[in-house]
Design a protein around this ligand. Structure first.
Ligand code: NAD
Length: 547
């Protein structure tokens, strides 16, 4: 039999060693003959379903989450289709392993569990050579890049080059949740050093042993990266991830109108939270524009959410300054008010005229917010007096304890329901188990960013969008909220079932692409059926026939 070509031009062991072409024991007899594989595999040909049984069994037999993570990553390195099949079939079990909370532990242990490289490493020593490094990447049509400098990994602080676990995990979610093809995803670690001395003293640490680059040198390296991407991967969207607070806001403001970029910590969080607030309006009957929001925490997440609420209110015809006055912030120094002289730039638009308040309880009593949103990283700050005050002030108080991981949540689901007599509309950043009270079971919604960013990325990719705008996150939030059913709301859940994530992402992608076409943010001709066009782009975790 003559050897046949396949799309990657590979044969024999090269096919088996490439996770994008490998089918393992599922290579058919015809493929084994045509592609020089005969004898390189055990003789039995297995179906993908049989392979799935084997890998799921292996996954289940590991009892330690980090061992499960190592198993999944090594499966991903061997066979991408089988990896995504496993992840998708068992999303609720695998998601907390490939992403929070286990990915945090995997980052902390990165140097110890390291096996094979994945993604690109660009270090402070590579100045002047960034384009050359980008060209080393073996895939040409990169569409989504997730880059971190590891300065603020989840709630774990500066993890330096160990932070690479985050871009890898986030991009796995792009593929799992929205079907962005794996070869179009590129994780990048921008290693500018670390101020974490414990890491620098660790002989196994894999990053640069130097303090963090700051100032002009840092900006020049980032700029070399951003301009290099425009040249080497001109259709790529750059997602900045887990940069420190100051750099995150600065880089977003500097690049958002120049290139196709966004920051998930700021804008993705905002999208998912706004969706939860929109769902809540269906229960409370209160319009968004009639509500007051009080945030505990005025960082990337808080200000991002505030800004998107303002965008949503503006779309309803509310003037910007009025919309901003509906959002109030309390940071570690107290209520953000105009008389304060210590405010960072990102907080200033929300510094209103009001008497200072030192405590959250004081602020709740004086502002009587309809919704309390925790994004402070400070556990148990929504204490009993605060939550009871919310319950006294409102029939259906909205309480979102978004800080991650679970141990950092401002309050637990059980506390929120208990202290409000089951009346709270509660959502959290990390998952909480359902709570049964007075014969009624409340299912807390998880405001997981994976409801938003994969769909946004897919929409940007499907439309060749040149920018990512606030309007895109607004329509993403609105679309997500529209997919919440009455049955979801009846059990207190403000988000759709995670099992529907692909449908959710496809709908968000179509809405985002529509914005790109409507606003002239693409040169692509508008497809007649946008939803069908989006679906055609999605990776389906099924083996192609190679011969
Ligand atoms: P950040 O460091 O940018 O901001 C934290 C803010 O909290 C700062 O304004 C700080 O002043 C304030 N703060 C600290 N201690 C405080 C205290 N005792 N009282 C009041 N305010 C205090 O961090 P971030 O990126 O905004 O993330 C904050 C939290 O939100 C983290 O725990 C993160 O895990 C969580 N988060 C959740 C989601 C989600 O649920 N989807 C998404 C992103 C971030």
């Amino acid at each position: 039999m003559t050897a046949s070509k396949n799309v990657h031009g590979k044969r024999g062991m090269d096919l088996i060693y490439d996770p994008l072409t490998n089918k393992g024991t599922a290579f058919t007899d015809a493929e084994r003959d045509a592609l020089g594989l005969r004898g390189l595999l055990p003789p039995a040909v297995k179906t993908p379903e049989q392979q799935l049984l084997r890998v799921y069994d292996n996954f289940r037999r590991k009892t330690d989450p980090l061992e499960k993570y190592i198993y999944l990553v090594s499966l991903q390195e061997r066979n991408e289709v089988l990896f995504y099949r496993l992840v998708l079939e068992h999303l609720e079990e695998t998601m907390p392993i490939i992403y929070t909370p286990t990915v945090g532990l995997a980052c902390q242990r990165f140097a110890y569990i390291y096996r094979r490289p994945r993604g690109l490493y660009i270090s402070a020593h590579d100045k002047g050579r960034v384009r050359e490094i980008l060209r080393h990447w073996p895939y040409e049509d990169v569409r989504v890049i997730v880059i971190t400098d590891g300065e603020r990994i989840l709630g774990l602080g500066d993890l330096g080059a160990n932070g690479m676990g985050i871009p890898i995990g986030k991009l796995s979610l792009y593929t799992a949740c929205a079907g962005v093809p794996p070869e179009r995803c590129l994780p990048v670690m921008l290693d500018v050093g670390t101020n974490n001395q414990t890491l620098r003293d660790d002989p196994l640490y894999l990053g640069l042993d130097q303090p963090r680059l700051r100032g002009k040198a840092f900006d020049e390296l980032v700029d070399e990266f951003v301009t290099g991407v425009q040249e080497v991967f001109p259709k790529a969207c750059i997602q900045f991830e887990d940069f420190g607070n100051t750099n995150a806001f600065r880089l977003l403001h500097h690049y958002r109108d120049r290139v196709c970029t966004f920051n998930d910590d700021i804008q993705g969080t905002a999208g998912v939270t706004l969706a939860g607030l929109l769902s809540a309006t269906r229960v409370t009957g209160k319009k968004l524009s009639d509500q007051r929001f009080l945030f505990l925490g005025a960082g990337e997440a808080g200000i991002g959410i505030g800004d998107l609420i303002v965008t949503a209110l503006e779309a309803d015809g509310v003037p910007t300054d009025v919309a901003r006055r509906q959002c109030w912030f309390l940071d570690s120094k107290g209520l953000v008010v105009r008389s304060r002289t210590d405010l960072a730039d990102h907080k200033k638009p929300y510094a209103h005229d009001h008497a200072p308040a030192k405590t959250l309880l004081e602020a709740v009593e004086s502002l009587k917010p309809d919704a309390l949103i925790g994004v402070s990283g400070m556990p148990q700050t929504f204490d009993e007096p605060v939550v009871r005050a919310m319950a006294r002030l409102h029939k259906t108080p909205v309480i979102f304890a978004l800080s991650n991981p679970t141990s950092q949540a401002e309050c637990t689901a059980e506390q929120a329901y208990t202290w409000t007599d089951g009346r709270a509309l509660f959502a959290s950043g990390s998952p909480f188990d359902p709570v049964t009270m007075h014969g009624r079971t409340h299912v807390p919604g998880q405001g997981n960013n994976c409801y938003i960013f994969p769909g946004v990325g897919l929409g940007v990719m499907a439309s060749d969008a040149t920018r990512v705008t606030d309007e895109m996150f607004f329509v993403a939030a609105r679309t997500l909220a529209s997919l919440v059913t009455d049955a979801d709301l009846a059990m207190g859940r403000l988000y759709p079932d995670l099992k529907r994530i692909r449908e959710v992402s496809a709908a968000i992608a179509a809405a985002v692409a529509r914005v790109a076409f409507d606003r002239g943010l693409t040169k692509m001709a508008r497809p007649r059926d946008l939803a069908a066009h989006v679906r055609e782009q999605m990776f389906s975790a099924t083996y192609p026939t190679w011969a």
